[in-house]
Design a protein around this ligand. Structure first.
Ligand code: NI
Length: 391
């Protein structure tokens, strides 16, 4: 079976919704207009419950299926879409281009929302599944971590959600093809910032100052040995020093120096090791050079780690929708990040890419979501529910 016929019938509606959302991009937690649009559609579809205002503008809708229930009223599968756009100017010149200067749906979250709305419409009409489905529309994927806030708000427990799934479009994958992998698929992102404080002075009298530049260079250089000397070469790790700032004149020894960078990891023990080694390098260098050095190590999104069993189930449904040859479960993990990670830390599930067959890359000013894939994504979500929770 390719796409669900009934969903194919309203493909034009999904396109209209997607383009409206595209023209009205919102940022971070402030996705109120988008959420209102989503709620209006969900009401029209006749879903059973709508919960608004989670993580400021997030929405969770419940559709009841049929048949016997477990003690929590489930089983309940969670399907997630993100609603936020990016703070950048659109350069597509399309009729449905952003109407807000400096904001743009350049990551296809407009399409993700439209696909989940399409699945909601079908599932509310047909209800050919057992238990419940929870449709999760979150703000702030690009920044802040709206997914983390929704998980911390307790939606998974509150609605008895036992498994979670999400789709992200990918211009580099063939149109309508699926691409995923068990285990890590996107990296954890951390930021480190080191503020070094020495003692400024005249460059001709260095013995009367404490120069912060030698320890800054020592720290930046020692950071490279975390990857090359402390780390198993068979595992992925990036440590990049991206900033060194110090000084204002050629005859002045600076008062302080600043070193900062980014760390990308997949394994928790690697992430812990990098944070520990950075602490040791900063403290050791400060002592060696007689300066004060403060490390701020900020853990941002965790890695996106797919559960093997859920990838298998999702891939089986994807093969049914897209065809055997158009589903890959051997995608190489990449060093970008995604806040669906927080859902996958809390529940087993799978994150899949859905190919949109070329065009500008995500986060590019000429990017646009390919509406042709909306029926494929909506059919995947719908058949996933029917297959995992059969009546
Ligand atoms: Ni995205």
């Amino acid at each position: 079976m390719p796409i669900v016929n009934r969903i194919g019938e309203f493909a034009e509606d999904m396109k209209t919704w997607r383009r409206w959302i595209h023209a009205h991009p919102e940022l971070k937690l402030d996705c109120h207009e988008t959420a209102a649009f989503v709620v209006e559609k969900l009401k029209a579809f006749g879903v059973d419950e709508i919960h608004e205002g989670i993580a400021t503008s997030g929405v969770v809708a419940i559709i009841e299926g049929q048949g016997p229930r477990d003690e929590n009223g489930g089983p309940t599968i969670g399907l997630r879409a993100d609603m936020d756009a990016l703070p950048m100017a659109e350069r597509t010149g399309l009729d449905h281009a952003s109407t807000v200067p400096g904001r743009m749906h350049a990551c296809g979250h407009d399409g993700h929302t439209a696909m989940l709305l399409g699945a909601a419409r079908y599932l509310a009409e047909t209800r050919a599944f057992r238990g419940r489905v929870a449709l999760i529309f979150q703000p702030a994927e690009e920044d802040i971590g709206g997914g983390r806030i929704m998980v911390e708000a307790g939606i998974l427990d509150r609605f008895g959600i036992s498994e979670v799934y999400a789709l992200h479009n990918d211009p580099d994958v063939a149109e309508g093809a699926f691409s995923t992998t068990p285990g890590p698929i996107m990296a954890a992102v951390d930021t480190f910032r080191v503020q070094i404080t020495g003692k400024g002075g005249h460059a001709a009298y260095p013995h009367e100052a404490v120069d912060p530049i030698p320890p800054a260079l020592a720290i930046a250089s020692a950071c490279q040995t975390i990857v090359s000397r402390n780390h198993d070469p068979a595992q992925e790790l990036v440590v990049s020093v991206t900033m060194i700032h110090a000084g204002s004149a050629d005859n002045v020894i600076a008062e302080g120096a600043y070193v900062a960078g980014t760390v990308r990891t997949f394994a928790r023990e690697v992430r812990d090791m990098v944070e520990r080694r950075l602490g040791e390098i900063v403290a050791g260098s400060a002592a060696a050079y007689g300066v004060d050095a403060a490390l701020d190590y900020e853990r941002s999104y965790p890695p996106v780690v797919n559960a093997a069993a859920q990838v298998e189930k999702a891939a089986a449904v994807a093969r049914e929708v897209a065809g055997e040859a158009r589903v890959s479960t051997t995608r190489a993990p990449e060093m970008g990040a995604e806040d669906f990670a927080y859902f996958l830390e809390a529940r087993p599930g799978a994150f899949l890419f859905l190919g949109q067959g070329g065009g500008a890359g995500v986060h590019h000013p000429e990017y646009d979501f390919n509406d042709e894939i909306s029926p494929v994504g909506a059919s995947f979500f719908a058949r996933l529910v029917e297959t995992l929770q059969p009546v």
